[in-house]
Ligand binder design. Structure first.
Ligand code: GLA
Length: 383
């Protein structure tokens, strides 16, 4: 595959590439819509991701090409950039903009991207492209950023350049992921532990709804706003900085401060989900996979009914999983509103599971989902 990409690079740019970088996508095992509330999440990097081939050019331009998209951009070196339209190249352009803003010098570069992550399917294709670009620029121009700086810079691209008020989980997982480990990340302090993800006789299945995602960004920002409203209400009596600074008992005592019933549901999800992550990490550590699976189902229920970011497609997948004996746990992963679900499926039954869930989903939804068995891979690297 790499040879093929290298050949394409030469054909496109009329020169061979010099460097190759890779950043993965991620799945989040549990802890959804928690990162921007300062709590605990448990993502892991997967082996699918984004490849970036580069070579410097003397023309003093950035040339962006992708084998996944037809749109291209060729733009001269400038002191700053602005988002133009919604095309894919805004992500790397935003990264360059932020390097410049932080006083880092860059020179003309040819960039060729190839991703094998399904796009817009909640596996963090955008964080993957941001982090691979940031990592590459840092290496190529000796910018001296730490990996954590690159994570923060990439999050800024998402928040300020692209306009999604997302948390830090995706960029963090894509940068710091470790083989066969999940990251137990505290999104407030950014302390993390890489915990062994021993799934025993299970595969981690990814089931893509293949639902075209619409409105994800505005609905996402709406949820972020609702959490801020809940926080402000609780701050009238509690000295807290984030919703995840309190546990369920404190929440229950003070929840009457939140007047709007919808906002109350959102906050309840956040506080309880944060608690589930703690329990899930313990269960994983003690090889209690059945308990881990129950927490996954509980997480999904809460995202469906309290946080309301699931949808018919994701619920259909999880409903099937609940009654299929060889599934130990399942839930939506990522922002929601479509995208992917994950499931712990007994290895011996994986083929049967795939066939049956495809039939079930297709009969209910009218088109087929995609099913992958995923491996937990490493974070961003130069190849
Ligand atoms: C998206 C965002 C993350 C996180 C998840 C939900 O993936 O980019 O920051 O909020 O949704 O957990």
């Amino acid at each position: 595959m790499l040879d093929n990409l290298k050949q394409q690079f030469s054909e496109i740019f009329g020169q061979p590439n010099r460097n190759v970088f890779f950043a993965p996508g991620r799945v989040n095992l549990i802890g959804e819509h928690i990162d921007y509330n300062g709590g605990l999440v448990m993502p892991c990097a997967i082996t699918m991701g984004t490849y970036l081939l580069t070579a410097p050019n003397k023309a003093g331009v950035f040339r962006f090409r992708s084998s996944n998209f037809e749109e291209t951009l060729e733009i001269p070196l400038q002191g700053s950039y602005e988002k133009t339209g919604t095309e894919w190249y805004n992500y790397p352009l935003g990264v360059i903009h932020n390097f410049l803003k932080q006083g880092k010098g860059v020179t003309g570069l040819d960039l060729f991207y190839y991703g094998n992550l399904p796009i817009g399917s909640s596996l963090s294709s955008s964080a993957s492209i941001e982090v691979v670009t940031a990592f590459a620029l840092n290496e190529l121009f000796n910018s001296g950023f730490s990996k954590l700086d690159l994570v923060k810079l990439s999050k800024k691209v998402e928040n300020e350049f692209i306009g999604v008020n997302s948390g830090i989980m995706d960029q963090f997982a894509v940068a710091f992921g470790e083989k066969n480990k999940a990251l137990k990340l505290n999104c407030n302090t950014l302390d993390y532990q890489a915990v062994e993800c021993n799934l025993g006789d299970h595969f981690l299945a990814i089931i893509n709804t293949n639902k075209p995602r619409k409105l994800t960004e505005s609905k996402y920002n709406e949820r972020v706003g609702e959490c801020q409203t809940a926080l402000k209400a609780l701050q009238k009596e509690l000295n807290i900085e984030y919703l995840c600074d309190i546990q369920t008992d404190t929440f229950e005592k003070h929840q009457s401060l939140i007047e709007d019933p919808t906002v109350l549901k959102r906050a309840k999800h956040v506080v309880e989900e944060n608690d589930r992550v703690l329990k899930a990490a313990e269960a994983l550590d003690q090889n209690r996979l059945a308990d881990f699976g129950k927490l996954m189902f509980a997480s999904h229920d809460s995202l469906q009914h309290l946080y309301e970011v699931s949808g018919q497609e994701l619920d259909t997948i999880v409903d099937f999983c609940k009654q299929y004996p060889a599934v130990t746990g399942a839930r939506m992963t990522g922002a929601g509103f479509g995208g992917c679900a994950i499931a712990l499926v007994k290895k011996a039954s994986f083929d049967d599971f795939s066939t049956k869930i495809i039939d079930y989903y297709t009969s209910k939804i009218g088109y087929a989902p995609s099913v992958y068995s995923s491996e937990i891979g490493t974070g961003v690297v130069e190849l």
